[in-house]
Ligand binder design. Structure first.
Ligand SMILES: Cc1cc2nc3c(=O)[nH]c(=O)nc-3n(C[C@H](O)[C@H](O)[C@H](O)COP(=O)(O)O)c2cc1C
Length: 190
């Protein structure tokens, strides 16, 4: 049984990436995994200030906002799932803010003269994204970006990615074959 945290990044109600994540969660729960969802809508995670005060007060970050809860949830999870819309070929600001706030683990590494991030490497990740445009290569940059951050820098294991293009209005994803793909991915996790 794995502990799975699903971070839903879209602020939009009836969000496509969130609907897709729900299908993934259904599959994961059916396979007996413990699944928690953290929706960024109505949450506040401020950008990293580069104050380098990480861990100065015993906590990863001195900024008091909803990232405090997310540090605990990420720490809890074996698998971190990010479900997000594509914004200008990359991650939306609200998801990038979370990634940047994980910089606390890099500062911790710097303080201990370690050359690699001290984030817990014993985790896996899954990326679920939707985009409006329906043309080849639309996810190329974000794929490369995600690989460099999560696989290479954090050394998290990639357990799968679902990228769906041609999804424009809220709820467009509902009858898309990717819904089944997401459910299967969740159900296939060991
Ligand atoms: C600020 C903004 C930027 C976007 N940038 C892109 C883009 O670069 N490429 C694209 O295909 N769609 C883009 N979109 C469309 C969304 O990625 C698409 O509608 C997605 O399915 C929304 O997912 P959601 O319903 O989970 O929010 C953008 C939408 C917004 C609001």
């Amino acid at each position: 049984m794995k502990k799975i945290l699903v971070i839903c990044a879209s602020y939009r109600t009836y969000s496509n990436s969130e609907i897709l994540a729900a299908s993934f969660m259904e599959g994961a729960k059916s396979a007996g995994h413990e699944v928690k969802k953290f929706t960024l809508r109505n949450k506040l995670v401020r950008p990293c200030r580069a104050c380098d005060l990480c861990y100065h007060n015993g906590k990863p970050c001195v900024i008091e906002d909803d990232m405090e809860e997310l540090y605990t949830e990420i720490d809890w999870a074996d698998i971190v799932v990010m479900a997000s819309p594509l914004y200008y070929f990359g991650f939306p600001a609200q998801l990038k803010a979370i990634i940047d706030r994980l910089y606390a683990f890099d500062v911790q590494a710097k303080l201990s003269k370690n050359t690699q991030s001290l984030i817990d490497h014993d985790k896996s990740y899954i990326l679920i994204m939707t985009a409006a445009a329906d043309r080849a290569g639309i996810f190329d940059l974000v794929k490369q970006h995600a690989h460099q951050i999560f696989s290479e820098w954090f050394r998290w294991r990639n357990l799968g990615t679902i990228f769906v293009s041609g999804i424009v209005a809220s709820g467009d994803i509902v009858n898309h074959p990717a819904m089944e793909e997401a459910k299967k991915l969740g159900a296939s996790l060991k």
